[in-house]
Write a protein that binds this ligand. Structure first.
Ligand code: SF4
Length: 408
């Protein structure tokens, strides 16, 4: 797996797909590996939310706003926030939630306010009432409950996020099979590779002050020795599904050949995946959308995702992955003509590999980070917001073999 095989997503700091809005830092459950502190009295006022949105539209082109946190459903004005994003800024609001507070009534209200979709964070690291100590496969029952709730309201995208640890990575192939079995109502799966503090190898500093591991939000390396990488996960998935392949990626700021964001787009039915889109598909989707709408595409409309057959046919001339999928589907139809009546769906799978540490202690961030948030009027990496809030600066790392740095 090498980056030269894939389309490098064109997202940059000021021309991107997403903005990451945090209207609150309050959460109603606890997840191991969360990079955010849970702050009870942290709801922003609607005026403060508007100020953050003003920064986004002034500093970067975006298609969608991820409303995150904390858990955004704990915010008493969440419906107004969704309405503001849609009505006043013309952007697609997508709620990123653990789903604990989601009800069919609230979802219907959010939809009426202009919600575009929901991303549910569900995984086995959560201390979720009623679901503690469940494996990721047992949690598929909860995922299905949420997917059906979204389907019942209609017209919304439905995505699932999961943090992947070394001790849970073996569940990923089965989670992908589950996603395929529900390809008609599950539009996207996102796997976030667990980010670990590397305190065995590096010392952490805020300016010239040494920061203890207990002052970091995320776990210590002692608990999770080797950081996971996306190519490692692909190798595992390909043992079951040899054709599994990506279309596009975002490299790193220090290592452009690292897979910081990796996007897979596949076409199939609940019974069979016919193929995986290649780089030309993603390039044409992104550049055409930008040429027509003036911004790159985030979260395709669910009505388009139901048009797997015509999408496959339209792109087969230019994209090798779609061509293969069309050939396979045509063979199936020749053998069993009634299968032509089955609807084909598109489903996307994303892998996010957060901060890697280079041997010299420099952080390798996502180059063209989609999840920038606003802090004191500036765009900052949302995965490192807590460093600023706790220490007033981004932390820097020094390899243990190096002398202590001079004060900056
Ligand atoms: S740099 Fe951090 S906030 Fe940005 S996309 Fe990567 S992990 Fe997310």
């Amino acid at each position: 797996m090498h980056t030269s095989q894939y389309y490098r997503l064109p997202w940059t700091l000021n021309d991107n797909v997403l903005g990451w809005l945090e209207p609150t830092k309050k959460c109603n459950i606890y997840c191991d590996g969360c990079y955010s502190t849970n702050e009870a009295n942290s709801h922003k006022s609607l005026d403060q939310v508007r100020q953050d949105l003003d920064v986004f539209v002034a500093r970067r082109k975006v298609d969608s706003i991820s409303i995150a946190g904390g858990d955004p459903l704990t915010h008493p004005r969440i419906v107004d926030i969704v309405a503001m994003i849609r009505r006043d800024y013309g952007l697609k609001p997508v709620v990123n939630t653990n789903g604990h507070a989601m009800t069919p009534q609230l979802l219907a209200e959010l939809k009426a306010a202009g919600l575009h979709g929901v991303t549910f964070h569900v995984d086995s690291s959560q201390s979720r009432p009623g679901w503690k100590k469940k494996s990721n496969l047992e949690l598929n029952e909860l995922r299905l409950h949420f997917a059906r709730m979204v389907e019942a309201v209609g017209g919304l995208t439905c995505a699932f996020n999961s943090t992947v640890f070394r001790h849970t990575m073996h569940e990923v192939p089965a989670m992908l099979r589950w996603a395929q079995e529900h390809i008609d109502i599950v539009h996207s799966m996102v796997f976030i590779l667990f980010r670990t503090a590397r305190s065995n190898e590096f010392d952490y500093y805020a300016h010239d002050r040494r920061v203890g591991v207990d002052e970091l939000v995320y776990w210590d390396q002692q608990d999770n020795p080797d950081p996971l990488t996306t190519p490692e996960l692909f190798e595992l998935i390909r043992k079951e599904e040899p054709e599994f392949d990506a279309a596009a990626y975002l490299g790193g700021t220090r290592d452009p050949d690292s897979f910081k964001w990796t996007l897979v787009s596949r076409v199939g039915t609940r019974d069979r995946i016919y193929g995986y889109a290649g780089p030309r598909f993603m390039e044409l989707v992104q550049t055409t959308h930008h040429a027509v709408a003036g911004r790159y595409l985030a979260y395709a409309d669910p009505r388009l995702l139901r048009m797997g057959r015509s999408t496959m046919a339209a792109f087969a001339a230019v994209d090798e992955g779609m061509r293969k999928a069309l050939r396979r589907w045509s063979r199936d139809v020749a053998r069993a003509p009634w299968s032509a009546a089955k609807r084909l769906h598109l489903q996307s799978i994303a892998f996010i590999q957060p901060i890697d540490m280079m041997p010299d202690g420099e952080a390798n961030m996502c180059d063209g980070c989609p999840d920038m948030t606003v802090h004191e009027g500036e765009l900052v990496w949302s995965c490192r917001l807590d460093e600023l809030k706790r220490h007033g600066t981004f932390l820097h790392c020094v390899p243990k073999s190096r002398p202590v740095p001079e004060a900056r």
